[in-house]
Design a protein around this ligand. Structure first.
Ligand code: SF4
Length: 310
């Protein structure tokens, strides 16, 4: 186990078409009675982490953490419990308020993991289904760059979920975000087929090998230009498809909203229902490969998956 995932908010101020956390019907119907993790609940959860290495990363995640009105207090609780590596996963919209970003850093956030899904308003807003969301993202990134230049110490990176809607923009996305020298990483995520991602899979479906091809083209362009090659990492990619690009899932302890006991120590493969094909059995990568999602194989077949035999 190497990370703690604190599900901070059951709500979000975006309506992303690919969101694995929810689908539109549930959103309308009031999915969770409990919307926000509270300081009192967090103190209980933190007690359950006694004995864990304080160096492991603690993620504020799920829904959108920045809409939780207690967020600053929650971050301080985690920091005071001795955890140093506090990471905020955010859709960046509320980070467009620089005073708020400053308070987050002062409270203990040491990394901003920014969900950005296009290089421009048309693509990003098309994915979030919120007009103006890219404009706020850009302001948020400018704020973070400004504070880094002022000497505030934190890491920042962008992660894009790749779908049939934004794959054509992927190389521009890499160009734009790798060119920001304050950006510590640029990653892409494959679709996790739950919630909206599953509901709209017909529209969103994209082959892993097409994502890999875009990444490799971007990297090849850099080789030809003589610059140091920037390598995007791809989360949720089976190793046989993009060796050297895969960014494996971690083992995590998940604390869900309203639950004081952690879920079992799960790997994200288990949590998101990834599995193995019969042909994976003799593959040398099998023990540390994420595997495949059933719905993906139903749609695209299994020809892309080529075991490296023992
Ligand atoms: S063949 Fe199966 S186990 Fe091997 S890398 Fe591909 S998906 Fe993973």
């Amino acid at each position: 186990m190497n990370e703690i995932d604190l599900r901070t908010s059951a709500v979000c101020n975006n309506r992303c078409i690919f969101c694995m956390e929810r689908n539109d019907d549930l959103q309308k119907g009031g999915r969770n009675k409990k919307k926000f993790l509270t300081p009192k609940e967090l103190i209980g959860k933190i007690k359950n982490t006694r004995g864990l290495d304080r160096k492991i990363p603690v993620f504020f995640s799920s829904g959108e953490p920045t809409v939780n009105p207690y967020l600053l207090e929650l971050v301080k609780i985690v920091k005071n419990a001795g955890y140093e590596n506090i990471i905020l996963q955010s859709n960046v919209r509320r980070l467009s308020y620089i005073g708020f970003v400053r308070k987050l850093i002062e409270s203990g956030v040491r990394e901003f993991s920014l969900s950005v899904h296009g290089s421009n308003s048309q693509t990003h807003d098309g994915m979030t289904r919120v007009t103006g969301s890219f404009e706020q993202v850009w302001k948020g990134i400018i704020n973070l760059i400004f504070l880094k230049r002022k000497g505030f110490k934190f890491k920042m990176g962008v992660t894009c979920v790749v779908t049939g809607i934004n794959i054509g923009d992927l190389r521009n996305f890499f160009k734009k975000f790798f060119s920001i020298k304050e950006m510590d990483y640029v990653n892409v995520n494959t679709l996790i087929l739950r919630g909206n991602a599953l509901k709209y899979f017909d529209k969103l479906a994209v082959k892993y090998s097409d994502i890999v091809a875009q990444c490799r083209k971007f990297m090849a362009g850099q080789v030809n230009s003589g610059r140091t090659v920037s390598r995007p990492g791809i989360l949720g990619l089976p190793r046989c498809i993009g060796a050297g690009l895969e960014n494996p899932f971690s083992k995590i302890v998940v604390f869900d909203i309203g639950e004081n006991r952690p879920s079992e120590h799960l790997t994200q493969e288990e949590l998101f229902r990834y599995g193995k094909l019969i042909k994976c059995e003799n593959c040398v990568y099998s023990s540390d490969c994420v595997g495949v999602q059933k719905e993906y194989v139903e749609r695209f077949g299994d020809n892309e998956f080529r075991p490296k035999n023992k």
